[in-house]
Design a protein around this ligand. Structure first.
Ligand code: ZN
Length: 566
């Protein structure tokens, strides 16, 4: 997406069901050529034919998902997503077949020389995470994920005479009026309580099938496979455990201070769980611009940060590649999905008039910007974007780098927004670690009953969120809050990536306070290198510290306290 002239409008892109048969034929031809190729040119040509098929398949899958999420009541795309999910399991297996031949092709060394070894590392990893023995289990896993997502998107919560979806209930959960907050939280907890049996059953099946897949592939448990799936090339679960310890030691005390001050500000006897989202006594700052103007103002903010008008965001919006505002029938959540064939990202989200809106726009905007910057970094689509913790630095850093321009969204409340955002970043770190540790416990003990899992969550809350005081709603008494986190269901072990990315982004923020230009240069370098290197190598290359370095966490804890005057 380098210029807007030749860029298609999103609405003009036509979805066509991808052909698994065609993909299979291409894979067979590629395998044959790779097996015998002594000439790297011949091998490259075969690989690029395969890449073309893969790109076309991925693009249609992405398109089906976006079109489904824009209107979940459209049965056609619900069916197409189901088809794509099933086809993706087959395609994964076929890719694995290509990668295993690539690893042993006679001209492997020449190819490595020419294109770098990242594609080989990925191929090796892929080979170790998928095999034809587990294809049926992968389909089952994906169906369970789909089932969970469908239930969540269809959630209807009755509140104040209105029927709301989960995103639309959000503003009430952080309402300045305590009574409204209490009722909104009760409505939400009632909803989850009514789904308890269903979600327990879905998750139990997920844990079992994932464990089965891992064991079939020769792993002790799903933790090992989960790390492989996340392509953790240069750190392991011991590093992550140490990271969580450091957060517990240096960040949890800050969050306790934040909560104590919050309680003081409100003058409550007890700061209850339903009070937590409401950080400021005068209410959390909301954007002073109307939701209809989000597109334009976002374009201006990105132009200011990156120094070019129109910004990439303006171009995306002008061509229909952004859908920002929540409405009934739209799927929940927010994401940036890359349409490989067009080299254009699509930004999907559910703005609802809260402070969260702006952070989400700049977050997804950061993903989109990085995707555009690295569109040509490798001939292999597999190496365009880095592993997910690095992708989350692209997005989270953008949240911090846009700080100086927040007046455009918040007017005179901009400083309140910055303080709120920083506060939330700090509160998030222990929460994210808790979500991560929970999954380690669950997959380390796959035979826990649903009730035992809830009890584990409760213990973790006491450790990472010692300030939480619940009422007597049965949902909390049992430790059910983890059910609200879709990542636990749909993307196991993803969550810690956000925490790692937060630390790296805070480091960039810290630098931007002293020298904005130099922080921006590092940010651009980070985006430009795409997926050509592993996480820690990328950080080293652009001059950022590893988030596993405890001293860095300690220093940033200090710097953020200074910023918030704690
Ligand atoms: Zn993200």
């Amino acid at each position: 997406m380098t210029e807007s002239k030749g860029m298609p409008d999103f609405g003009k892109i036509v979805y066509e069901r991808p052909s698994v048969e065609q993909f299979k034929e291409c894979v067979q031809a590629t395998r044959l050529k790779l097996m015998s190729a002594r000439d790297p040119e011949v091998a490259s040509a075969a690989l690029f034919d395969f890449e073309k098929e893969l790109i076309s398949f991925d693009t249609m899958v992405a398109l089906a998902n976006i079109l489904h999420d824009l209107d979940t009541s459209d049965q056609f795309y619900t069916d197409e997503v189901a088809f794509c999910d099933e086809a993706s399991a087959t395609v994964s297996e076929l890719c694995s077949a290509v990668y295993s031949v690539l690893l042993s092709t006679p001209c492997a060394e020449e190819l490595k020389e020419k294109y770098g070894d990242m594609i080989f590392r990925k191929a090796q990893n892929y080979k170790e995470t998928v095999s034809n023995e587990v294809v049926d289990d992968l389909v089952e896993e994906s169906n369970l994920e789909m089932e969970y997502a469908q239930i969540q998107s269809e959630a209807e919560i009755e509140f104040d005479g209105k029927t709301l979806n989960l995103s639309m209930l959000m503003p009430y959960l952080e309402s300045l009026d305590r009574d409204t907050r209490i009722r909104a939280h009760k409505a939400l907890d009632d909803y989850y309580m009514s789904k308890k049996e269903t979600f327990d059953e879905i998750y139990d099946k997920m844990v079992k099938v994932r464990t089965k897949i891992a064991q079939k592939l020769g792993y002790k448990n799903f933790i090992e496979l989960g790390y492989k799936r996340m392509e953790r090339f240069d750190y392991n679960c011991e590093d992550v455990a140490k990271f969580r310890e450091a957060i517990l030691k240096y960040i949890v005390p800050i969050t306790q201070k934040i909560r104590a001050l919050q309680k003081e500000r409100f003058g409550y006897d007890q700061l209850m769980f339903y009070d937590l989202p409401c950080i400021f006594k005068s209410g959390n700052p909301v954007p002073t611009v109307k939701m209809e103007d989000y597109r334009k103002v976002s374009g201006d903010v990105f132009a200011a940060v990156l120094g070019a008008k129109p910004s990439f965001f303006d171009v995306l919006s002008d061509h229909g590649f952004t859908d920002l505002i929540s409405r009934k029938g739209k799927s929940t959540g927010g994401y940036c999905m890359y349409l490989e064939e067009y080299a254009i990202p699509f930004i999907f989200m559910n703005a609802n008039g809260t402070a969260d809106d702006v952070a989400t726009i700049v977050h997804e905007g950061g993903h989109a910007y990085a995707a555009i910057k690295s569109a040509e970094v490798s001939p292999f689509v597999e190496c365009l974007s880095p592993t997910l913790e690095t992708c989350e630095i692209h997005s989270t850093s953008m949240e911090f780098l846009t700080y100086p321009y927040m007046e455009k969204f918040y007017g005179e409340n901009a400083q309140a927004y910055r303080e709120l955002h920083m506060t939330q970043a700090l509160l998030f770190l222990p929460y994210g670690c808790m979500v991560d540790e929970y999954q380690h416990i669950v997959y380390d003990n796959p035979d826990l009953t649903p009730d035992e899992r809830h009890a584990e969550w409760k213990k973790l809350e006491e450790k990472y969120q010692p300030y939480i005081i619940y009422d007597d709603h049965p949902f909390h008494a049992m430790g059910g809050a983890w059910m609200k986190k879709d990542h636990i269901f749909t993307t196991p072990f993803y969550y810690i990536d956000y925490c790692l990315a937060h630390i790296c982004s805070l480091e960039l923020w810290d630098e931007s306070q002293i020298d904005y230009k130099s922080a921006l240069i590092k940010y651009n370098q980070l985006c430009e290198c795409g997926g050509t290197e592993t996480f820690l190598k990328i950080l080293e290359g652009v001059g950022l510290a590893s988030p596993f370095d405890v001293d860095t966490i300690k220093r940033l804890a200090f710097r953020t306290c200074e910023f918030l005057e704690l």
